[in-house]
Design a protein around this ligand. Structure first.
Ligand SMILES: *Cc1c(COP(=O)(O)O)cnc(C)c1O
Length: 245
């Protein structure tokens, strides 16, 4: 339950309106024209009841950071019966030894945190064995921060090429990043977002990928409107929907 006292459905309503407004205001820079923006509910540390409440309010796409937590919630019998059309996305780091665990999640649609050739290779092998495909996003460590996972901008082209060319069971749908926290927007655009867009432009040009064929997953509670203004097609919002963790 939101600490502000607002119910999850009221918060969701408000966020949807803010997303729609930001979409209306965004400029027509390359690759964003006419593209819808997906709202992903980042539900880490929220109980199953909160997920069910958001689902009843129309939310279908949920993302988790920790594999064990996602396994637990997605297997909850009440979640399964209450949320038949739920979609799960992984937005936290994944290590090779967790691949089999994550692939057991029912209704897992995407892994947004592919950040090395090794993890792509491991996933590809496991998916091949299961005769399954999965959507994949490459996570870029735009700020080159040590504490964050993600591939460095200097290595991203090689990784995207690998996923596209060598991993037929991973359907490359886009790129993901987390902007640095606490950025003061009055001083200008978050530099991580600019680096991210630069990387996208570079990737598309080098690998001959149409700009508008890659989703861009960036923007969270603190900055989703700015992200949409810069071309985000998928925002991941937690706190503003569910309240403080
Ligand atoms: C927690 C988290 C979010 C949502 O963050 P809020 O600030 O609560 O909206 C989005 N993306 C990732 C990767 C996260 O870990």
């Amino acid at each position: 339950m939101a600490t502000t006292g607002d119910s999850i459905d009221r918060c969701l309503d408000c966020i949807r309106q803010r997303v729609a407004q930001a979409v209306k205001l965004r400029d027509s820079s390359a690759g964003t024209v006419g593209r819808p923006v997906k709202l992903v509910a980042a539900s880490k540390s929220q109980p199953a009841e909160a997920i069910i409440e958001a689902y009843r309010a129309g939310q279908r796409i949920f993302a988790e950071n920790y594999i064990q937590e996602m396994c637990h919630k997605s297997a909850d019998p009440v979640v399964i019966s209450s949320c038949p059309d739920i979609e799960w996305r992984l937005i936290g780091h994944i290590q090779s030894n967790k691949v089999n665990q994550v692939l057991r999640v029912d209704r897992l649609v995407a892994i947004e945190t592919i950040d090395s050739i090794k993890i792509a290779q491991t996933l590809e092998k496991a998916l091949t064995a299961r005769n399954k495909t999965l959507e994949a996003m490459v996570q870029i460590n735009s700020g080159e921060e040590d504490v964050k996972t993600g591939v460095l901008p200097s290595d991203v082209i090689e990784l995207v090429r690998y996923v596209r060319d060598e991993c037929p069971h991973l359907k490359l749908t886009g790129l993901m990043t987390i902007g640095r926290f606490g950025h003061d927007w009055t001083t200008g655009t978050n530099p991580d977002f600019l680096t991210f867009i630069d990387s996208r432009n570079n990737i598309c040009e080098t690998l001959d990928i149409p700009l508008d064929s890659l989703e861009l997953s960036f923007g969270m509670t603190a900055d989703f409107e700015q992200a949409i203004a810069l071309g985000s097609t998928q925002v991941r919002v937690g706190t503003a929907i569910f309240g403080a963790r």
